[in-house]
Design a protein around this ligand. Structure first.
Ligand SMILES: Cc1cc2nc3c(=O)[nH]c(=O)nc-3n(C[C@H](O)[C@H](O)[C@H](O)COP(=O)(O)OP(=O)(O)OC[C@H]3O[C@@H](n4cnc5c(N)ncnc54)[C@H](O)[C@@H]3O)c2cc1C
Length: 394
């Protein structure tokens, strides 16, 4: 049996798994997706889960991802790989602590602060983590969000949608002179979002910074949602933040390619992303004919978004299918990836948001809430994993 191993069962991992299963692969080829978590965590709805109980919607079982029984989802953390196998943190029946591969797809994503991510691997522990965050946000009187990119903006919108100004003060601090970053957020979008925030009584501090005290509780593992151990000092611009009793970090995603670096140091760029060729093969002299990389962890010059993984998956699956048939296919005869249009939807609670389209087109609340803010694509991803969405049984 030949193995195509996928590491990571996030948006990219499930796209490539499904795409490969659709290909007419030979009977002696199977797909093995290795994911450390027991359930798919739907990040896109993670911020709303920080203020509302979405526990039964946000964790989606992997049990029906594949339709053919020869393909499997395995639960383990991959700690490293070599030219033939990936190595696991625990032993799995049938495989032991390593899984051999003929093709490997690296789709292990990046690290986001909670509640966009949970750290726990098990379902109950993951729900506990989210419930704890919800409780902390619920009890706080004055919240500081650190970071004014899409995640910080969406988080502020979710908090304000659930809690009004009388029971919670919300402040967002951002080191840049405008919300987000001028490279992907045109000035008119900044003004639109700033207007939404200020009219919702969110204090926005731009071009400002604060020296954060340590968490009060040293056990607060990931220090992304925490009660400060001391009153916050005034900000660099002189704003009083001593009232803050909960800090939420929204300072962007960080590449987390430690297991790749532990295997082949040269595969990881200085910025932490994995070196990639236009064919989505890794950029490495001896690995390129069997190792691919896709999703957020790939060193592609594009905004890191789940919708792009569908196009990545189409290239990776076509190239694997081709190399299975003709292992000596030259690189120039493989499919090359072309970045699609730039598009971004930023929610602001359930009924508001901004949609940034190509050619400077910006759409407002109605289109943004219809496309994303209301539903956060929850049903869509239950369907992607071949499960019945919880809303269908209500
Ligand atoms: C709040 C928020 C809202 C967003 N909204 C949108 C949106 O509306 N539209 C959009 O297109 N994008 C959106 N994004 C971006 C989107 O979430 C990412 O682009 C997407 O998650 C990338 O998918 P991925 O598969 O590369 O990585 P991930 O989804 O991060 O998946 C990686 C998976 O790999 C697993 N893993 C990691 N290391 C290992 C290992 N060593 N062994 C085993 N398993 C491992 C992880 O557990 C994880 O499940 C949003 C992001 C955030 C934070």
């Amino acid at each position: 049996m030949k193995n195509i191993v996928i590491v990571g069962g996030g948006y990219g991992g499930i796209s490539i798994a499904k795409e490969l299963e659709k290909q007419d692969l030979r009977n002696d080829v199977r797909i093995l997706l290795i994911e450390k978590k027991s359930h798919f965590y739907h990040t896109v709805a993670g911020l709303r889960a920080g203020v509302q109980d979405l526990d039964d919607s946000i964790f989606i079982p992997y049990s029906k991802l594949f339709t053919s029984p020869k393909n499997q989802v395995l639960h383990a953390t991959v700690t490293r790989f070599d030219e033939k196998a990936v190595y696991l943190n625990n032993s799995l029946s049938e495989f032991g602590d390593k899984v051999e591969f003929d093709f490997l797809v690296i789709a292990s994503g990046t690290r986001y602060p909670a509640p966009a991510r949970v750290e726990a691997s098990g379902l109950n522990e993951g729900k506990d983590e989210i419930q704890r965050i919800r409780q902390q946000i619920g009890e706080a009187q004055s919240i500081l969000i650190v970071g004014g990119g899409p995640v910080g903006i969406e988080l502020a919108g979710e908090i304000r949608d659930t809690y009004n100004k009388d029971n919670k003060k919300v402040t967002l601090i951002h080191s840049q002179p405008q919300l987000g970053n001028a490279s992907y957020m045109p000035t008119k979008v900044h003004h639109k979002l700033l207007g939404m925030m200020t009219s919702s009584n969110i204090d926005v501090l731009l071009n400002d910074k604060v020296d954060l005290p340590a968490p009060a509780n040293e056990d607060q593992k990931y220090n992304v949602v925490y009660i400060p151990s001391a009153p916050l000092p005034v900000s660099k611009q002189g704003r009083d933040l001593s009232h803050v009793d909960l800090v939420l970090m929204a300072n962007g995603n960080q590449p987390d390619a430690g297991w790749v670096e532990a295997s082949f140091t040269a595969l990881v760029q200085a910025d932490g992303y994995v070196k990639v060729k236009p064919t989505l093969q890794v950029d490495h002299p001896t690995l390129a004919n069997k190792v691919f990389v896709m999703g957020d962890i790939a060193g592609l010059q594009e905004t890191k978004l789940a919708f792009r993984t569908v196009a990545h998956a189409s290239v990776v699956s076509a190239n694997i299918a081709k190399l299975l048939q003709q292992p000596d296919t030259p690189e120039n005869a493989l499919k090359h990836y072309k970045k699609g249009v730039d598009m971004m939807l930023i929610t602001f609670g359930k009924n508001k948001g901004v949609t940034i389209l190509p050619w400077g087109i910006v759409m407002g609340n109605w289109i943004s809430s219809t496309l994303k803010s209301k539903t956060l694509f929850i049903d869509r991803y239950w369907n992607e994993l071949n499960q019945t969405p919880p809303s269908a049984s209500k």
